[in-house]
Design a protein around this ligand. Sequence first.
Ligand SMILES: [Zn+2]
Length: 279
Amino acid sequence: MELHSGQSVRLWTDLWHPLGRLIEVVGEIGTQKLGIARTALVCDVRNEGHWRFRRFRDRHMKDLIQAIENNRLEEDQLGQEVVLWRRNDTEFGKGFTTSETWQKIRIHSPAVPWSKVVWFPLGVPRFAFITWLAIRDRLSTGDCMRTWGHVQGCLFCGEPNESRDHLFFACPYTYTLWIEVIGTLLGRPPDPDWERTLVHLTTHGFDRLVYILLRLTFQTTIYMIWSERNDRKHLKKPRQVTQLAKLIGETVRNRISSVKYSEKPRLRGLMQLWFSTHT
Ligand SMILES: [Zn+2]
């Protein structure tokens, strides 16, 4: 807290002095020694810019009083208290931002090589999330469910072992779909192998706009395959490859047509690129 009138700051338990919470500096006994209640506000012991403390010999308490008196306070002693937020280990500032706070409290790890395949500015969060689960092989596919005693075959082709690698895109149904929706964006024929596809997406040097469309299409396809798979599991009417491909194409085009190109002129040309890679 940045101290002004002291009418809303507790002397002992709020964080306003550079030493930290004073109750933690001197302990509960300090409240008795100074004769100031644990719940006292700063304004109870401070009047017109002066602190009012008992004087006595205890070295520890004398040091504390001195530290309080030496701490320079804001000139405006009548104003409202201001809440300050931690910027780093020693500095505090007035604005609160969730992103900065998140950076402070999260556990930092080195970026994984595929992070750009999942997280990018034009991405759709729910598609990115399912893609993230797929990359980490945490979708509840048949082979994951097997440990729970539940047997699940592929709902598209009947292959007895449904796995992440089968769904993306070793299955004849999903591979046909992948070929149809990806067009020529990969710069090479689509590969049914999951690992090779992911390595290509992670390491190949794509043109900037191509890379945006490619990731958007990749994620939309994964999401749509997973939701079609779940729909079939819940006995909804199955969609044909061409129906799902049409839906994926529309979803990608809807996303890119929602971009405000006046604000992001560098992204102009996405729609033309879509049509030139999907003839
Ligand atoms: Zn299959």
